[in-house]
Design a protein around this ligand. Structure first.
Ligand code: V0V
Ligand code: CO
Length: 140
């Protein structure tokens, strides 16, 4: 069902500072930046590698408000890995198939994600403590 790791989401306090650190230390480059008010994040995708199934990225996430998922995560844990986003060909099919196995879906229907993707989250309490995101990338 999964075609690749689309991105690893990392919670940060200061997006611009973290982008600079990733650029300087690892030589990564920013592929896109976006404010997603529905998710309560200001985020950037840093390109890591390409594959026939699509790109893979590091997603740096700064909260736009304290009571958002990333704001609450930072208050509890500090900076660090927040979620893993797996590439899928069809996010609605993947949701139906995973939901049928009893995994709680945070999103019953896909939402707008970075770079025009359709995304949906699975509940970390049903996925071994790892917040998991399904990502159907925009057609390229
Ligand atoms: C929370 N918990 C986590 C977690 N966030 N566990 C692992 N990884 C995380 N990232 C645990 C937390 O420790 C609590 O455990 C429990 O879940 C309830 O957390 P809460 O924050 O107190 O309560 P909720 O229920 O308000 O929020 C949890 C959920 C929320 C997962 C429902 O974070 C959510 O809706 N996340 C999906 C949306 C999201 O993360 N958006 C930001 C990225 P204990 O203490 O009860 O044991 S946006 C993005 O990636 C985009 C746009 C993109 O890729 O394009
Ligand atoms: Co993400």
């Amino acid at each position: 069902m999964f075609t690749r790791i689309d991105h690893v989401g990392i919670a940060v306090h200061d997006l611009e500072k973290s982008i600079s650190w990733y650029e300087t230390t690892f030589g990564l480059t920013v592929a896109s930046r976006e404010v997603n008010e529905e998710q309560g994040v200001r985020e950037a995708m840093l390109f890591v590698a390409d594959s026939p199934a699509g790109g893979s990225y590091v997603q740096l996430l700064e909260p736009t408000r304290q009571d958002s998922p990333v704001g609450k995560f930072l208050a509890r844990n500090g900076e660090g890995v927040h979620h893993i986003g797996y590439g899928v060909d069809d996010v609605e099919n993947a949701l139906a198939s995973i939901g049928a196995q009893g995994v709680r879906l945070v999103d019953q229907r896909p939402r707008h994600g970075s770079m025009g993707a359709s995304i949906a989250f699975l509940h970390p309490k049903d996925t071994g403590g790892v917040l998991t995101e399904l990502v159907q990338a925009a057609k390229r």
